[in-house]
Design a protein around this ligand. Structure first.
Ligand SMILES: [Zn+2]
Ligand SMILES: [Zn+2]
Ligand SMILES: [Zn+2]
Length: 322
């Protein structure tokens, strides 16, 4: 940051005056400035290919790569050890697919592209492939975003501020990243649309339970030889959007929309929760009440109910394996 940016701000206010020094807001502002700088320079060093990578080839379950930035002098970047699976081209293609999938499910939320850079492991692995033989991050939309940043010569003004759309907002009056309300509100609209879709789709837990049941069924039918690829193929054949599950986690019975739909009990208060029977609805009430049971619009607007990756809190996988 230049000295003029430090003293004179866009609002005609001295940075030393707002937020007042020695307050929590002031400390938070400096955390924001540092976090944004780290993300920006990781992005820049990554896109410029100014990193060195040393991959361990030890006999271990996972290969580790050490990224260092000896040729990058604009900002001190710490070396990072990341997990990756860099090897032959076939492996790389597989890995790119998995990056694409995780990026699709990773909503960049109000933080914009720098929110993805903040996931340093994922970002540096993307950079490995971006500069590798295949010349792609594994995701077309991310290739486009990174191409745009490269062509602008890393112009901060085209990169949405990580904190502008956050609950406390961007506290830095001299922030140089993009602060367009229209961009933030269109991102917000996308987020709400995604959340709305999520409400009508099976949760991760429901899918995991169904996968587990497919596995058990398969192992029972083929006790002598389990072909993992064959099971995965069957799982992929299931179109998730064409099904509804009983919301009671102990039941989770599934209907395909092709089957004649039995009399589903819909929760009359929220209208987005379904049960196979009155009995299941009664059993599930304490859980669903706390979810909470509220009209879809209220659920969608309430940030406290959603994790940054776009998943509704409480629908994560772990609880099913209790
Ligand atoms: Zn900002
Ligand atoms: Zn049920
Ligand atoms: Zn309800």
């Amino acid at each position: 940051m230049t000295s003029s940016a430090l003293t004179k701000t866009g609002r005609g206010m001295r940075l030393s005056e707002f937020p007042p020094p020695n307050t929590n807001l002031y400390r938070l502002m400096h955390t924001q400035i540092h976090t944004a700088s780290l993300c920006y320079h990781f992005m820049r060093a990554g896109l410029m290919g100014r990193f060195e990578v040393e991959t361990s080839r030890e006999e271990s379950l996972e290969n580790l790569s050490q990224f260092s930035f000896p040729e990058y002098h604009e900002y001190p970047l710490p070396a990072r050890t990341v997990r990756n699976a860099k090897s032959g081209e076939e492996e790389a293609t597989k890995h790119l697919q998995s990056i694409a999938v995780s990026l699709e499910s990773w909503q960049i939320r109000e933080m914009g592209p720098m929110g993805v850079v903040q996931e340093v492991d994922m970002f540096l692995t993307m950079m490995l492939y971006f500069h590798g033989k295949l010349k792609t991050t594994g995701s077309e939309s991310w290739d486009n975003i990174f191409g745009m940043v490269q062509r602008s010569r890393y112009d901060k003004r085209i990169i949405p501020c990580m904190f502008f759309g956050s609950a406390q907002g961007c506290l830095n009056p001299a922030c140089g990243y993009m602060h367009k309300p229209a961009v933030v509100s269109s991102i917000r609209r996308d987020i709400l649309d995604d959340r709305r879709k999520t409400l009508n789709k099976p949760t991760g837990k429901q899918l995991a339970k169904e996968k587990m049941e497919l596995w058990i069924e398969y192992v029972e039918q083929h006790p002598e030889k389990v072909d993992a690829k064959d099971v995965e193929k069957r799982i992929k054949r299931l179109p998730p959007s064409s099904r509804k599950y009983c919301a009671n986690p102990q039941c989770s019975i599934v209907w395909s929309f092709k089957d004649p739909i039995p009399n589903l009990e819909m929760c009359g208060r929220c209208l987005w929760t379904f049960y196979c029977s009155r009995k299941c609805q009664k059993i599930d009430w304490p859980r669903h009440k706390a979810e909470p049971c509220a009209p879809a619009d209220e659920i969608i607007e309430n940030d406290a109910l959603w994790a940054p990756n776009g998943k509704r809190k409480g629908t994560e996988l772990d609880i099913i394996f209790e």
